[in-house]
Design a protein around this ligand. Structure first.
Ligand SMILES: [Fe+2]
Length: 334
């Protein structure tokens, strides 16, 4: 049965019972995080992590997780109180995973994703790491990106990639959140409900230029719509709200400019769901159905992020990559 609009628009929250934590934590603590160029070790890490997640997730949480990944499933899911590294190093101010960190959170992340989907990453972002460190990076705190502390308006990730090669969804995992900083989420349905039909029509036109974000070491831009319907008629969105532009030389420049201004103004008026990701909380959402953002914050905040997709086969086929590849050059996917 398809979830109602109301169910789609409200965030489902679940909590891992305390009793399920110690054994999962013990098993995950014994894993060694694989090196960056060892696909076989990564696969073994993922397989073990999936076994742990299957063993320790109670039926109610496991069912909700399976439902989330189903084609008609809800667009977002929050699972609280998951195992997390008992001792954490200081948040990495260079944005790179500290070698001294245990692999508990990474194992939980892999276990929550790879039962039903596949982790995907890009060699041009965060050096192709399968799991990204999201914490302020020295010298880049003022960037409107995952390295910053400044407000980041609601957006989708990797909006410059074709829908089939952009992440289908994101998992954000809380490691440290001293300031109780919010992560804002805004379902597309809420935007479409509030937008005028004329604005929606404009957003569906391929008259927008989507530049690659500053987190990617690739300078590229594609022209396309902001909102579109998939083959089943379901609305999808891709937009880097602060950076999207009218397509250069486009005859519909005025329409595009007006639509971007209206969309930004609309987003300012809409109430977002504000989630405080505490240590051990995992927020999963569909990247083309839910926008996300954050307020400015001070203090120490460290999240981890993983992108997932339904299947890596189209990526591998397009890039001519081997069958164990999950890191792709975004420039070759344009
Ligand atoms: Fe983002």
């Amino acid at each position: 049965m398809q979830p109602s609009l109301l169910q789609r628009m409200s965030l489902q929250r679940l909590r891992l019972p305390d009793a399920a934590k110690p054994a999962w934590l013990r098993e995950a603590s014994a894993l060694v995080y694989p090196g960056p160029n060892d696909p076989a070790a990564w696969r073994a890490f993922v397989d073990a992590s999936v076994r742990f997640a299957k063993r320790h997730l109670p039926a109610e949480v496991a069912d909700a997780l399976a439902g989330f990944y189903a084609p008609d499933g809800p667009d977002a899911l929050l699972i609280e109180n998951l195992p997390v590294d008992p001792i954490l190093p200081a948040p990495p101010s260079d944005g790179k995973r500290p070698a001294s960190k245990a692999a508990v959170s990474e194992s939980v992340i892999a276990g929550l994703i790879e039962q039903h989907a596949a982790i995907v990453t890009y060699s041009n972002e965060k050096a192709g790491a399968p799991i990204h460190e999201i914490t302020p990076v020295e010298g880049l705190e003022h960037q409107v990106s995952s390295t910053g502390r400044v407000p980041f308006a609601c957006h989708t990730d990797a909006a410059f990639l074709a829908p089939r090669f952009s992440p289908r969804g994101l998992l954000l995992f809380g490691l440290l959140n001293e300031p109780n900083a919010h992560t804002a989420v805004l379902p597309l349905d809420r935007i479409l409900e509030a937008a005028t039909p004329a604005l929606v029509r404009s957003l569906e036109q391929p008259i927008f230029r989507h530049p690659s974000p500053s987190s990617f070491e690739v300078a590229a831009a594609v022209v396309g719509p902001i909102v579109w319907r998939d083959s089943r008629g379901i609305a999808r969105i891709a937009v880097q709200t602060h950076a999207v532009q009218p397509a250069v030389g486009e005859a519909h420049g005025e329409e595009a400019r007006g639509a971007i201004a209206q969309l930004r103004a609309l987003l300012d008026t809409l109430e977002t769901e504000r989630v405080v990701l505490r240590p051990g909380d995992a927020l999963l959402f569909k990247n083309d159905r839910v926008l996300h953002g954050r307020d400015a914050f001070t203090g120490e905040r460290w999240l981890q992020r993983a992108y997932f997709t339904d299947s890596l086969a189209p990526f591998r086929e397009h890039a001519g990559a081997p069958e164990d590849a999950f890191v792709f050059d975004a420039a070759r996917l344009l």
